[in-house]
Design a protein around this ligand. Structure first.
Ligand SMILES: [Zn+2]
Length: 432
């Protein structure tokens, strides 16, 4: 969609080009039809076109010409009203989709542009982060299209700008920057009832871009304000990192909450894996002042290592140190986050955990990996050391808000670190 000119109606009329078909939108959100006599007849719910805030300052009505609507009657109207000519297609938009359950089906298609109701907002997508989850969905490993559809719009790490506001919405305004949450409540479990769908007990939740609901890799998406978190403008360029940071925020918060009963402070935190989630765990841990070690297969002079060290963490090249040797070199970790995707690494981590420590498992590993472990050794190690093992997945609105605070802190404390995590930037036009 492109706005190509803004002109007084009378100038347009003088040009002899004739009246374009028009739809009018009032500031209160009502859409109004135009009649040949020039009177404006209010017809709630008619038409497609929203109020547009910068026009409200100059006239009480906005008149929007839309060349594709051919059967509307033309309008004579006072010259104090401006016309916004819209060329292009208001009703369609591009989206990046996959066919879940099938390999390498990624493609761009045209889909209907969302139409909001009074309780929703329309968001123009600014940036979407692509991570391992998206790659695995495109490999057919998982992902689920919305009911009765066979394609899924990809993308769950987004930042966008509000472009339309429903008439009942009070908490958001046009041009606000927002980050959408990912999970949507199931119909009837206590956790979802409490807006904690990250802890859904029925499993019937949806996840935008992953499970049963379209994602954000389209030019626009619509949402209820309760599923959006406002983003400060200074974080726009790194806004797509708020989603993975919210997952890290939840995991770190859970660890401290679980351990609170034993007056516990972690002296050493070990993060296993330096993918997007591992780096976010490192940053959240560092923002809490924890001495943090990040362990990954990347070389010690890699960008990942540089990011960890810029944030005051210690990077360890897994090729240079077996995990079992970690306590001898650096001490026993009090808190370990596992984000490698390897179940053998996850269970090795338990063996190097300090007394009264906690291991948080965050990655999903292949279903068919089998290995031999000494169950009695594991049992005794956990029981006799008051050790805790817990899993953590997804996040809710509260964690997104916390993540924004952490991102602000990180950006101030270690400038440039967040930007370095984003490895490449592309537009939909780049996609072939
Ligand atoms: Zn639920």
């Amino acid at each position: 969609m492109a706005y190509t000119s803004l002109r007084r109606v009378k100038d347009l009329h003088k040009s002899g080009s004739g009246w374009p078909p028009l739809l009018c939108s009032a500031p209160n959100g009502f859409i109004t039809g135009a009649s040949p006599s020039g009177s404006l007849k209010r017809r709630p719910g008619f038409g497609l076109i929203p109020a547009h805030s910068h026009l409200n300052q100059t006239c009480p009505w906005q008149v929007i010409a839309y060349k594709e609507i051919g059967n509307r009657k033309t309008l004579r109207i006072s010259s104090s009203v401006f016309v916004l000519l819209v060329y292009g297609n208001l009703r369609r938009m591009r989206a990046l989709v996959v066919k879940p359950g099938h390999k390498d089906t990624l493609g761009i298609i045209d889909i209907p542009k969302p139409v909001i109701d009074a309780t929703q907002v329309l968001v123009k997508t600014q940036r979407v982060g692509i991570d391992g989850t998206d790659v695995e969905i495109n490999q057919g490993a998982y992902g689920e299209a919305p009911e009765s559809e066979n394609l899924l719009v990809l993308g769950h790490e987004a930042v966008g700008r509000i472009s339309e506001v429903g008439s009942d919405v009070r908490s958001l305004n046009i041009d606000d920057l927002v980050v959408p949450t990912v999970r949507r409540n199931c119909p009837d479990c206590p956790a979802c009832h409490d807006d904690a769908s990250d802890n859904c007990q029925s499993g019937d939740y949806q996840e935008r871009g992953i499970k049963g609901a379209h994602g954000y890799l389209s030019e626009f998406f619509k949402e209820a304000p309760g599923n959006l978190v406002k983003l400060p403008r200074e974080l726009e360029a790194v806004g797509s990192l708020i989603e993975p940071m919210s997952v890290a925020q939840k995991a770190v918060g859970q660890a401290f909450e679980i351990q609170r009963h034993q007056n516990w402070e972690p002296n050493i935190v070990l993060v296993l894996g330096a993918g997007a989630l591992g780096l976010m765990l490192t940053l959240v841990s560092r923002s809490k002042g924890c001495d943090t070690f990040t362990y990954d297969l990347a070389d010690s002079n890699s960008p990942k290592a540089r990011i960890v060290e810029k944030a005051g963490g210690h990077y360890i090249d897994a090729k240079a140190l077996n995990l079992e040797e970690f306590p001898k070199e650096h001490g026993w970790p009090d808190l370990i986050f596992e984000a490698t995707g390897s179940s053998s690494v996850a269970f090795s981590a338990i063996n190097i955990l300090n007394q009264d420590g906690a291991v948080c498992l965050l990655s999903v590993s292949g279903r068919n990996h089998e290995t031999k472990i000494c169950l009695s050794c594991l049992n005794n190690h956990i029981v006799l050391g008051n050790r805790v093992i817990f899993g953590s997945v997804s996040s809710n609105r509260k964690h997104f808000q916390e993540a924004i605070q952490t991102a602000k802190y990180v950006d101030k404390q270690w400038p440039g670190v967040l930007n370095e995590i984003i490895t490449d930037e592309r537009t939909l036009d780049d996609y072939k």
